[in-house]
Design a protein around this ligand. Structure first.
Ligand code: ZN
Ligand code: ZN
Length: 50
């Protein structure tokens, strides 16, 4: 099963999910973005997190 990475928008089967600390939205991060430490933006509230 794949999910779409919140950060880069790619479909990936290697990902981690966590909740936005502000609104609780589920954030999906692929292995690549995690390794690079890319910033992510919550699609729901716009919070930018490391
Ligand atoms: Zn990604
Ligand atoms: Zn949020």
């Amino acid at each position: 099963m794949t999910k779409r990475c919140t950060t880069c928008g790619r479909e990936t089967s290697k990902y981690v999910t966590f909740k936005c600390p502000v609104c609780g939205e589920t954030i999906v991060r692929c292995e690549t973005c995690r390794a690079k430490g890319n910033e992510w933006v919550c699609p729901s509230c716009g919070f930018v997190g490391p």
